[in-house]
Design a binder for this molecule. Sequence first.
Ligand code: GDP
Ligand code: ZN
Length: 368
Amino acid sequence: MSDPVFSISRLGWDESLAIAFAPFRERGMSAGRVAVQDKHHYVIFAETGELLARIAGKLFHDSCGDAALPKVGDWVAFKHAPGDAKAVIHAVLPRRTKLCRKFSGRETEEQILVTNIDIAFIVLALDETFNARLLERFLSMVHEGGARPVIVLNKTDLCSDLDAYMTATELSAGGAPVVAVSAKTRKALKQLLEYITPTSTVTFIGKSGVGKSTLVNKLYGEAIQPTVEVRAIDSKGRHTTTWRELIVLPNGGLVIDTPGMREFQLWMAGEGIHEAFPDIELLAVQCRFRECSHTQEKDCAVKLALVKGTLSQERFNNFAKLRQELAFLGQTRLYHQPFGRGASETDKRKKSARKKWRYTDTDSGEDD
Ligand code: GDP
Ligand code: ZN
């Protein structure tokens, strides 16, 4: 295919990737970017066009866990022999950023949803589902993976008090930009597009129903959308129709829209919490104790800010809750024994504590 879209420089290829790729080039491999990942195959965008691909047995066996396998957004090194139906992926190049979700309940498990994104748009709808605490959780997730968050307030057409929502959002935004749009009326979509510069990669996260798919469709333009279909052959030789999950916008920006992003639900907090709450971090350095928990300690700047009202109690409570999850994750990471038969009494107590924690979690962002 000679579609100029497939020049890899248009897909975000840069100097540091070229350096990481050099040893693979010497071994006769090519570079491509993963556009679809499903059970049976991958679709990669490469210099020669769009290719069906599978992973090399060695890559599969050498990977410790799913996280090391190619994900949508990844740059990979592959070989494609003339006449072969599928290219073979041999390596995943280093990831710049990622978005992952961590599961509670089982051993802490990380599932990487997408990689190498520049901006994650956190979408909230301006209706009864608006939730500043959920926003703080999403912000922590985005910061943790290294991408830049931009907050999108969607459905402005349904909203009569935008100013109040803007104020509430900015209090939780930790300095991230906020854009108010309507996917329905296309209001301010241009402003959103300004963030999606050519060769940059973005994705949309947020609760189900906030308008993520509508936004992607509107940004793409209805006229071009049907062409994103890819005819593919699965491992049993059947023809299947799948969608590219890495979408090239008419302006040259890239959008990742995977089922995982659309179904995006409960995410656990991670290290990104510190960047999501810069105001609390700033206060904490003024606390008398370095490891201040901001609960019992003397001369606590955070408690003082709560009393003065310069920090909202709800925001602090959410911070404390996310921090508790983080501590909990640390605990489970150290704790690899199975909880089944033969588990010690301590194991079992931990298991039941974990269950309790999980089910009493009320405003964690789980869909109803
Ligand atoms: P997703 O689950 O986040 O992908 O949400 P969808 O894109 O499927 O949208 C959920 C519902 O909200 C659909 O019925 C959309 O038509 C509607 N919707 C999306 N954007 C807007 C908007 O800006 N205004 C209004 N009034 N409805 C919208
Ligand atoms: Zn303190």
